[in-house]
Ligand binder design. Sequence first.
Ligand code: FES
Length: 133
Amino acid sequence: MRGGAAAVRPRGAEYNRGWCGRHPPRTGHPRMSHFKYHVFFCCNQREPGETCCNNHGATDVRGYAKDRIKALKLAGEGKVRINSAGCLDRCDQGPVLVVYPEAVWYTYVDKSDIDEIIDEHLTHGRTVERLRL
Ligand code: FES
């Protein structure tokens, strides 16, 4: 493909299929992410007495985040996806979540921290440094 990126940027369906605007998909160039932000909450539950994110209410907090993202109409393709994950191998720093594509790791104490991550990072693209791991 020749010419400036602005001159060839696809619109509509082509854009949604992951064409980056400079390289057609068949070239093997990395495609755009299906979601703008993909958020993984560790919801792992270990045996009683063992450290894990679900001891801090991770499953409940993930559900809260999912509901809030839907209520804000931020859920879906090209927007935000909230997923639960198994152990992310940072148990001692938990509860943890990670936001892709930037791979920004967070910890949290309660739902107000989740609200801040949603309002700052997932809405405006601003990392919440005080919660970052
Ligand atoms: S249990 Fe959550 S990171 Fe391991």
